[in-house]
Design a protein around this ligand. Structure first.
Ligand code: NAD
Length: 481
């Protein structure tokens, strides 16, 4: 089925605006690899307009009473709950290649995120502390930063954008959004929903375009006070360096190479089912996908057999089938990246347990590699596709060492029935999160999501996000003569 054709302009100051250049770029559908829409191609001049609007919008939005900001975000949540499927379901499938279940999950998680952010509006707590001078009183206030530039990825183009936007707004900031060039249409539609809910038109703008042309001028703009990026580590390194040049607050949620550790007391059949869930959602285009699986020797063979079976039973490809786990990868480059990592590992001694090729179009088979060399890209780098590696560990200590054999540190899972061992592993694994009895891919609107090492810096979710997008100010008052 050919998707509907969409043409989208920029959203600046609450209005549709053509790019100053008048140019558009094509948006391809991952399912058909054909043009499904066009989006305005923003550059420097458009970023100037959006930031000017956001400076104005910041004063309007931050001046509102907390109860008004709270009510606005709750209205956005209600609009998403009542109209989200109608507005976004097809777009999520057509533009980002989501299967229907993942698209629905994004919509309902967005409702949850907006409600959680609304709840944070009244929790921007300050502080007091004692002074040795009894006539002096000290207070700490939490204040918004101003304009936050949001640079978002394609893999969960609605939910991640909502998370990145709702909490800075809750804290009283205005935002300028630069979504992935792969998924601009969803972002503009989301910006419009926020304005419809009552966020002042100037407080949310969406500029669509490419990283260099549109993202870079936003990041370096002197009118932007802070940057939030969810994206690849390579982009994080560029944006982080730029932000540091200007001493801007920056939050970086980057790539992952998350480990799932299967200890010998855990049922290998169940472990394989958990591993498949944690790895193949959205074809592995998930930052927390367990793309490295470490299995203790006594259950290794049984786990591999069960994993092969589970992968071969996975239904893939048909995005509108509710039993389908995943559809196409985002574009051909994404397929080629998986193929490059796979062939490098195979040339250097790894074997394929199952999968290893394209099924149709951009749909790649669920693929499991056995024992890739520890310096191969399949083990070290993010493949961001449906491919995971399984390695054998002689004992608990080696399992933890293998889990920690990564420059990333986003999330991990530990499968054991021994809660003491589970905690021991959780404390020993170097990662922003460790889930005992479950895989690494977990989301919760209240949780501090973020990573160590190449996975980035800062945390998002609940008050951890509003902490990131507010500044502390010490105010003291002299009450004596
Ligand atoms: P990407 O880095 O290619 O792009 C992310 C965004 O950055 C896009 O909007 C892009 O246009 C923009 N960009 C690129 N270069 C830029 C520049 N020089 N200046 C300003 N903006 C620039 O990432 P992607 O491929 O869209 O997303 C996938 C990546 O995101 C994966 O690495 C994945 O692990 C990561 N991710 C991380 C999390 C997390 O929570 N840690 C969540 C989702 C995705």
């Amino acid at each position: 089925m050919m998707p509907d054709f969409h043409k989208s302009d920029l959203l600046i100051g609450g209005r549709d605006q053509k790019a100053q250049s008048g140019e558009y770029f094509d948006v391809l559908s991952p399912a058909t690899e054909q043009v499904m829409g066009q989006s305005a191609r923003a550059g420097n001049a458009d970023v100037e307009l959006a930031v000017a609007a956001a400076r104005q919008g910041y004063h309007e939005w931050s001046a509102l009473a907390p109860k008004e900001r709270e009510a606005t975000l709750l209205r956005a949540a209600d609009l998403m709950a009542t109209t989200g499927e109608q507005r976004y379901l097809d777009l999520l499938m057509d533009e980002s290649g989501s299967v229907i279940n993942k698209a629905r999950h994004e919509i309902y998680y967005t409702v949850d995120l907006l409600r959680t952010a609304a709840g944070e509006v009244r929790r921007l707590y300050g502080d007091t502390f004692p002074n040795d001078n009894p006539a002096r009183m000290s207070m700490v206030f939490r204040e918004p930063l101003g304009v936050v530039g949001i640079v978002s990825p394609y893999n969960a183009p609605l939910a991640l954008l909502a998370k990145m936007t709702a909490f800075p707004l809750a804290a009283g900031n205005s935002v300028v959004i630069k979504p992935s060039e792969e998924t601009p249409l969803i972002a503009v539609a989301f910006g419009k929903l926020l304005v419809e809910a009552g966020v002042p038109a100037n407080a949310v703008s969406v500029v669509t375009g490419f990283g260099q042309e549109c993202g870079a001028p936003l990041v370096s703009h002197s009118g932007v006070d802070a940057i939030a990026l969810t994206g690849s580590t390579a982009t994080g390194q560029v944006i982080g360096a730029q932000a540091m040049q200007q001493m801007k607050r920056v939050q970086l949620e980057l790539g992952g190479k998350s480990a799932l550790v299967v200890l010998k007391d855990f049922d290998p059949q169940q472990a394989a089912e958990i591993a498949v869930q944690g790895m193949f959602n959205h074809a592995g285009q998930i930052c927390m996908a367990n793309s490295r699986i470490v299995v203790e020797a006594p259950v290794f063979d049984a786990f591999c057999n069960a994993m092969k079976q589970a992968c071969e039973n996975l239904k893939i490809g048909d995005q509108r089938d509710t039993e389908c786990v995943y559809g196409p990868l985002i574009n051909r480059r994404a397929v080629e990246k998986v193929e490059a990592h796979l062939s490098d590992a195979l040339q250097r001694g790894a074997t394929v347990l199952t999968g290893g090729k394209v099924k149709q179009g951009l749909v790649f088979e669920p693929t499991v590699l056995l024992e890739p060399p520890r310096d191969s890209s399949a083990w070290r780098d993010e493949s961001f596709g449906p491919m995971t590696s399984v390695v054998k560990a002689a004992d608990f200590d080696e399992a933890i060492a293998l889990a920690n054999d990564s420059e990333y540190g986003l999330s991990a899972g530990v499968l054991t029935r021994d809660i003491q061992l589970g905690f021991k592993a959780a404390r020993a694994i170097r990662s922003g999160a460790v889930h005992i009895g479950m895989h690494a891919f977990q989301s919760n609107a209240m949780a501090p999501v973020g990573g160590l090492g190449l996975s980035g810096m800062g945390r998002s979710g609940g008050h951890y996000s509003t902490d990131e997008f507010t500044e502390l100010k010490w105010i003291s008052v002299e009450l004596g003569q």
